[in-house]
Design a protein around this ligand. Structure first.
Ligand code: ADP
Length: 464
């Protein structure tokens, strides 16, 4: 590389500091993978009430400084975006402050990146501010921006009356600007004002240009399609590796699969499932929201549990699903373990113990669950959408190719049929062992994806 590329990453969450979903995993790994490739990276996050954050500046990787934007009134709260009453009503003010402070910070410390790479609606005001409030400031003149959409379903919508809180003037509130059905839409602003847009898988980058997945933004995305790219997320195998994982009951590899079954037995014991060695243990770890496919699960879970299977669910989210699964737990005491909470340790144990990992999403921008499951030899059963389609290849029991089971149509008979297909293979010990080994051998580490980001960065700064 002729010149050391400088990139500022800006996001609202990153492992190990704060996490509500996959965005945090990406932000915890991608900066370091880019540093490995010789880039200079800095990361900016809000300073939340999180035990890991004790100072305003932390170093991760070799030399990535993480700067925290501090404002106790805005960020010292129990959760990141909202509580049981819904989203915090001052989210526009909170993330306007975050984005504006990010730009002021880099000016103050005199860090002039080639690219500012921002993630999701919470950081979308950075490219918006650069092209409005800060457009005449020479410090920012040459800086390019990339906006990564991790999930188009979360747009940062606010009543228009709140616009003054963002510091932007009313002339931005038009159809060509931030206006969206009479509301402010920050994600839309990010899509318009950033130089390049990326999403987290090639398939999702195409899907969001259609009416079905575009949430009303498909027209805008089609218009920007020449500057819209899909790069699949990786996972950090330093964290997700059954061979070195100290949090699971017993470490194992593709060559010591009998130890994977020790994990199954111990977890069954811990969560009080019957110790059925030959029943397929189906794991699900997810946010309980509509797009993860829980409406299909509700329709067929009884039938699945009648097929000599066990379910272990770790999930939290919408109350309607909590109620459903609380009832299910009462009905299937011995073969359903329902854990309605967020629990990173239990998640790790489930990846290690389960035989099958279920992700029947309606849409899935990338999905990390299926990638982690592969590494732990838990075979993904997924719907062919977004990143699930790009990473899971349907297993063909004749030629023994593939790493999971995939269905196309979003309906419960298709899901049930595919679970049955997976169970058929599961009950053929030799076939299953081969499949598990094969799945564990897939490499979805960050290296390849980080190289794609670097290519994109280079393309972007080559632009006049
Ligand atoms: P999304 O970002 O849409 O939530 P992903 O599959 O991209 O979905 O990432 C989800 C991440 O969060 C995975 O690392 C998964 O293991 C983790 N996760 C989801 N729900 C829980 C939970 N209840 N407890 C622990 N980890 C969870």
């Amino acid at each position: 590389m002729p010149k050391k590329l400088k990139v500022l990453m800006c996001a609202s969450e990153a492992v190990p500091f704060a996490k509500t979903g996959g965005l945090a995993d990406v932000m915890g790994s991608l900066p370091q993978a880019l540093e490995e490739l010789g880039l200079e990276i800095k990361l900016v996050l809000p300073k939340y009430k999180s035990p890991q954050i004790t100072s305003d500046l932390v170093v991760i990787g070799k030399n990535i400084s993480v700067h925290f934007i501090e404002n106790d009134k805005f960020f010292l709260r129990d959760a990141l975006y909202g509580d049981k009453n819904g989203d915090y009503p001052d989210n526009l003010e909170r993330f306007s402050f975050f984005c504006r402070s990010t730009l002021e910070l880099i000016k103050k410390i005199n860090f002039k990146p080639d690219i500012i790479h921002v993630h999701d609606w919470q950081a979308a005001l950075v490219p918006i501010y650069l092209k409005t409030i800060f457009k005449d400031d020479p410090f920012f003149k040459r800086i390019k921006t990339i906006f990564t959409v991790h999930n188009l379903g979360y747009q940062g919508l606010f009543p228009k009356e709140q616009l003054p809180k963002s510091g932007l003037s009313w002339d931005i509130f038009t159809v060509e600007g931030l206006e969206f059905y009479d509301k402010i839409n920050l994600l839309k602003g990010g899509l318009i004002f950033s130089d390049f847009i990326t999403t987290v898988s090639p398939t999702y980058s195409k899907e969001i240009q259609t009416k079905e997945f575009g949430y009303g933004l498909e027209g805008l995305l089609q218009k920007r399609k020449n500057n819209l790219f899909g790069i699949v997320n990786g996972i950090d195998y330093a964290v997700w590796n059954p061979q070195t994982d100290t949090k699971i009951f017993k470490a194992y590899s593709a060559d010591t699969l009998e130890d994977k079954y020790v994990n199954k037995e111990k977890l069954q014991e811990e969560v009080k499932l019957s110790k059925a060695k030959n029943s397929a243990l189906i794991g699900m770890i997810s946010r309980l929201v509509d797009h993860k496919g829980f409406d299909l699960i509700i329709e067929v879970i009884d039938q699945i549990l009648k097929l000599d299977t066990q379910l272990i669910l770790l999930a939290s989210g919408e109350p309607k699903y909590h109620t459903f699964f609380e009832n299910l737990a009462k009905k299937y005491k011995k073969n359903a373990s329902i854990n309605l909470k967020y629990d990173a340790l239990l998640a790790q144990k489930i990846y290690a113990a389960s035989d099958i990992f279920l992700m029947p999403s309606k849409y899935e921008p990338c999905g990390l669950g299926q990638l982690i499951a592969l590494k732990y030899g838990s075979i993904p059963v997924v719907r062919a959408t977004g990143g699930l389609k790009d990473t899971i290849i349907d297993f063909d029991s004749d030629c023994k190719k593939g790493n999971g089971f995939v269905f196309e149509e979003y309906n419960s008979p298709a899901l049930l049929k595919t679970v049955k297909r997976a169970l058929d293979s599961y009950h053929n010990k030799k076939t299953w062992k081969q499949l598990v080994r094969q799945a564990m051998g897939y490499n979805y580490s960050w290296g390849a994806s980080a190289r794609e980001y670097v290519k994109l960065y280079q393309k972007l700064i080559g632009l006049k």
